[in-house]
Design a protein around this ligand. Structure first.
Ligand code: RUQ
Ligand code: CUA
Length: 764
């Protein structure tokens, strides 16, 4: 496709006339639309609460677990528009995750016993906190199936680290952060021997199988978890589950649920009752109460732990002796234990009990201080009486599962799985305030910043396990249904159903959008996964190919609309590494890169340097190209990898003959002059108004100027070639000048439209 100057000029005209042209048409009235689409007043009210007009942004940004996809889904609230899938535990081609060398290193951190694990089961995301409030800097998420934890940096929404839990075989009760994110907690799910690759018979379950809760030390400055400074509590084999950190008055303590304190081991095939019966036989399970601050100090001082698989573990007897670990009975088979924003209470709901139980932190502390325990569990851990710890219990309905908080004092929301409802209630006074039905079978629920010490209210999202009949059918495997509920008034109002098209999301966290300030570009030559300068980075004009033995290293660059180099010649059997730096400074000017059939791909955002590596094991010709539609001449952003067979000798080399005449050259020069006139008029408009007051426009102007500056070199080249009457070279370099002009004009028009739409005023 060619961009003619006349088209650019036509664009200019329409940019000015667009509004006037549509004003005369008669539109459908609101009543017409309601009638035609069968919408009620209530529907319109709901729609007006979720609709975000074009160009406007959402108030909150949600990070949803992507379940079996091993990813994170980012969406806006209240529009429920999906913004991005973040690659975390599984290869993701768009982002080059698992297809470029830098991200492969991150994924390699998640290898278990030397093997790649290419899938993950993400459950519970957590946003980093400062003083108990979301700070928008980092995001953590667990992999339940393969006990791992990942760190996402919210400066660029990229995964930077994956760590494998050294002593667990599954992990569900994470991720949770301490109020200042010094530690990230995860609790095991299914008990197993803590020693790696060690068999123990199920008959010795009570003696040899163990649960655990791990505290990963987080180094905020480097944005990395520090395994050598992390530690775990050895726990009874009770199937530990969700957890939470204390805050405010309960800071320093942490809480973890369990759902099979029966220590049942199943055996349906041997005629024994199944797990579901054995694990719910007793009326209560145990809430684990840990003094993590004291434990961390003890471990720091080099005492009180043993080393298992290279990891520091506090044995149960030490935890008991040092007063670090206590149990409290809790209604059976709970999921969440959720500390209230003021840190005074811990709310637990047993899925098989109709109550939510509100435990008082003060009462728990008083019992511990007084040494008032009702018993000890089989491992010698003191058990605090339920009555001595409870503030109140409230009957909410069937299958209470998870609780989140409102900005209004004492107001909580609890999901009711069996009833398919959300209950709004007051935990200080212990009374139900409102209930709303959802569709269907809600698991977790989530309010805005609703698990922090500063919940924001406004909205609640019901994370429904089943969608059944809510959407257009797409086969037996259904999407999940996230339902948006308005909680700003006394009565809850259901606003919107969003099908979630990727895995089974379990938990979501949502943050005030103003707290997120992600970058739009990297410093040129950055390895985004380490945030350090990339040794493979080069600047324009420094591109080169280096051969050492059979290792070939290509140091290349990308900028609209060419890849340098445009041919890579290697011998069959060579090991090829291609480093690529995106030289763009403009927002959203990402280039992609792939080489045909070599299974490599990279996404190279402005400033980033990445590398792809492969063995050129097949003789042949392999096109490479940019995979992002980055510019009008994106298709031309191409090159050839030539893999020559061993012993190949060049014969007579003839490049495709291209005949151009002086007339062609002159015509191109005319085109350049016409385009320059268009550019001058756009520049005239921009500089006639207060464009400097608009940072977005200033960035566009910088980008356009950058493109225009590039014409100087090409102009010198076409003039030099013309002087030698080499009309082919002269014409092609003149065409290159035109290409830079077109890009500059394109950007200029975007700036002009922006200024017109944002009410720019005449410059003084
Ligand atoms: S969960 S609802 Cu892992 Cu908390 Cu599935
Ligand atoms: Cu760069 Cu397409």
């Amino acid at each position: 496709m060619k961009t003619e100057p006349t088209r650019v000029a036509a664009l200019l005209l329409t940019a000015g006339l667009g509004l006037a042209a549509t004003a005369g048409w008669s539109a459908e009235s609101l009543q017409d639309v309601m009638k035609r689409r069968g919408l009620s007043q209530q529907d319109l009210l709901a729609a007006s609460k979720t609709y975000v007009p074009t160009g406007k942004r959402d108030e909150f940004v949600a990070f949803s677990s992507g379940g079996q996809s091993g990813q994170i889904i980012v969406y806006g609230i209240p529009s429920m528009r999906i913004l991005k899938y973040l690659a975390v535990f599984t290869p993701e081609p768009w982002q080059g995750y698992g297809y470029d060398e830098e991200s492969k290193k991150v994924l390699a951190g998640g290898k278990i016993d030397g093997k790649d694990i290419t899938w993950g089961d993400t459950h519970h995301p957590a946003i980093s906190e400062t003083n108990g409030k979301y700070d928008g800097q980092f995001l953590f998420i667990n992999d339940k199936a393969n006990p791992r934890l990942a760190v996402v940096d919210l400066r660029d929404f990229e995964t930077k680290q994956i760590v494998v839990n050294p002593i667990m075989k599954s992990e569900h009760g994470g991720a949770f952060v301490s109020p200042d994110t010094e530690y990230v907690m995860e609790a095991a799910q299914y008990a197993a021997p803590l020693e790696n690759r060690k068999f123990q018979p199920l008959e010795e379950f009570n003696q040899k199988y163990r649960g655990a809760v791990t505290y990963w030390k987080f180094d905020r400055k480097e944005g990395l978890l520090r395994p050598e400074q992390s530690f775990s509590f050895e726990m009874p084999p009770y199937s530990q589950d969700l957890s939470d950190f204390g805050k405010g008055p309960s800071d320093g303590w942490a809480f973890t649920n369990s759902f099979c304190s029966e220590r049942y081991v199943g055996g349906i095939e041997k005629g024994r009752p199944p797990y579901e019966a054995g694990c719910s036989a007793k009326d209560t399970d145990y809430l684990h109460v840990m003094n993590w601050k004291k434990a961390a100090e003890m471990v720091k001082s080099g005492k009180g732990f043993k080393v298992i698989n290279g990891h520091k573990v506090i044995p149960m007897d030490v935890a008991v002796k040092e007063g670090l670990l206590f149990l409290i009975p809790e209604p059976k088979s709970p999921h969440g234990v959720d500390v209230t924003p003021d840190g005074k209470y811990m709310i637990v709901s047993g899925k098989l009990d109709t109550h939510v139980s509100v435990y008082s932190f003060d009462k728990v502390m008083a019992a511990i201080k007084a040494g008032k325990f009702e018993s000890k569990d089989p491992y010698g851990i003191p058990v605090i009486g339920m009555k001595d710890a409870l503030h109140t219990q409230v009957a909410l309905g069937l299958g209470p599962l998870h609780t989140q908080y409102d900005s209004k004092k004492c107001v909580a929301y609890t999901s009711l799985y069996v009833d398919s409802q959300v209950a709004k209630w007051n935990y200080c006074e212990g009374k139900v305030l409102d209930k709303i039905s959802i569709h269907y079978n809600i698991g977790h629920l989530m309010t805005m910043e609703g698990d922090s010490s500063d919940p924001k209210g406004h909205y609640l999202v019901a994370l429904n396990k089943l969608a059944i009949d809510r959407f257009n059918p797409v086969g037996p495997l259904h999407p999940q249904n996230h339902q948006l509920i308005d909680i700003s008034n006394d009565k809850m109002q259901l606003l919107y159903d969003m099908p979630v098209p990727l895995g089974e999301p379990h938990y979501v966290v949502a943050i005030d959008a103003n707290k997120l300030k992600p970058a739009v570009r990297y410093k040129v030559g950055t390895n985004s996964r380490t945030d350090k300068p990339h040794p493979g980075a080069v600047r324009a004009g420094e591109e080169k190919t280096v051969r050492k033995g059979n290792k070939v290293e290509v140091f290349g660059t990308l900028i609209r609309s060419h890849i340098t180099p445009e041919t890579i010649e290697v011998q069959q059997g060579d090991e090829v590494t291609i480093y690529l730096t995106n030289l763009e400074r403009a927002e959203d000017e990402t280039h992609g890169f792939t080489v045909s059939t070599y299974n490599v791909h990279a996404s190279i955002e402005p400033g980033k340097t990445v590398s792809v590596k492969f063995k050129a094991d097949k003789e042949g010709v392999y096109p490479y190209y940019c995979t992002e539609f980055c510019s009008a001449l994106h298709l031309e952003m191409q090159g050839y990898l030539l893999v020559k067979p061993k012993g190949w000798k060049p014969t007579k080399a003839t490049l495709a003959a291209q005949a151009y005449t002086e007339a062609d050259y002159k015509a191109t020069l005319k085109k350049i002059a016409d385009t320059q006139a268009v550019i001058d008029s756009v520049v005239g408009f921009i500089t006639s108004v207060n464009y400097k007051d608009f940072p977005d426009v200033v960035a566009l102007v910088e980008d356009a100027t950058d493109q225009l500056n590039r014409t100087k070199d090409a102009k010198a080249r076409h003039e030099a070639a013309a002087a030698k009457k080499n009309w082919e070279q002269a014409n092609l370099w003149a065409e290159q000048v035109f290409q830079y002009q077109v890009k500059a004009a394109d950007i200029g028009l975007r700036a002009k439209t922006y200024l017109e739409q944002h009410g720019a005023k005449k410059a003084k």
